[in-house]
Write a protein of this length. Structure first.
Length: 246
């Protein structure tokens, strides 16, 4: 009995003197969050590939349960920040935590915008609206970029590769001159661009920097004329350049 009590007290003392590494906790929570986002993007790409509105509805249902994961990540960051301030052994964690703190809000927005994207994709599929063929590939590229972000943060690297991956994916959207037949498909395209902005902000760019890093949805007049000469007749220019926040 006495030995058990002593062991318990020693354990509490050690925990107080050597608190959990806040970076490790942040990594663990971010992994859950990014897996949720990248998985949703890939599943939604599959739904659009297969023109399966039921599968899109499943993605939406899954994302609607993600708020707890988001809250857990933010709580881990808040707790970790306090530990890094008061525990000398964890002072070095403060700088590394900054990258995770920078990513928190934008990843939250990316999940919310993906949720809107899933809802509008489901509506477009149910209404038999045409969604451009290149969209699923862009969503898969975004999912890869999310995984890249997770890896770069774990290695305490500036997420340069993630930025480039997002830019490349967004470039494909513009190069293909994607358009849509109806309201839902146009919202889908606008939301895809919003997710790109969110992911770029998660790498440390400001919102204005993220917007500037993306190519315009509409090409310059001379480029537009050249593109129209070589583009398939079924393609149409999407006039919307607005990003959508939930």
């Amino acid at each position: 009995m006495i030995d058990a009590l002593t062991g318990g007290l020693v354990g509490l003392a050690v925990a107080a003197l050597i608190p959990a590494n806040p970076v490790t906790v942040a990594q663990r929570q971010l992994k859950v969050l990014t897996n949720t986002l990248s998985g949703a993007l890939r599943d939604l790409a599959g739904a659009l590939d297969e023109k399966d509105s039921v599968k899109a509805a499943g993605v939406l249902a899954e994302l609607r349960t993600s708020q707890t994961t988001i809250d857990d990540y933010k709580t881990a960051l808040l707790t970790g920040s306090e530990i890094a301030k008061i525990a000398p052994i964890r002072w070095r964690a403060k700088d590394e935590l900054k990258r995770y703190q920078t990513a928190a809000g934008p990843v939250d927005y990316a999940i919310r915008n993906t949720r809107v994207l899933a809802r509008r994709s489901m509506a477009a599929l149910k209404a038999d609206e045409r969604i451009p063929d290149g969209v699923p590939d862009v969503l898969k590229d975004y999912a890869d970029a999310v995984d890249c972000l997770k890896g770069e943060l774990e290695k305490n690297k500036e997420p340069k590769l993630t930025r480039e991956a997002v830019r490349d994916a967004a470039r494909v959207l513009t190069a293909r001159r994607l358009g849509g037949d109806g309201f839902s498909s146009k919202v889908v395209l606008a939301q895809i661009r919003s997710v790109a902005v969110d992911l770029l902000q998660a790498t440390g760019l400001s919102r204005s920097e993220a917007m500037e890093a993306l190519p315009p949805l509409s090409p310059p007049a001379d480029a537009k004329a050249r593109a129209e000469e070589s583009a398939p007749v079924r393609d149409r220019e999407d006039p919307s350049e607005r990003t959508h926040r939930p």
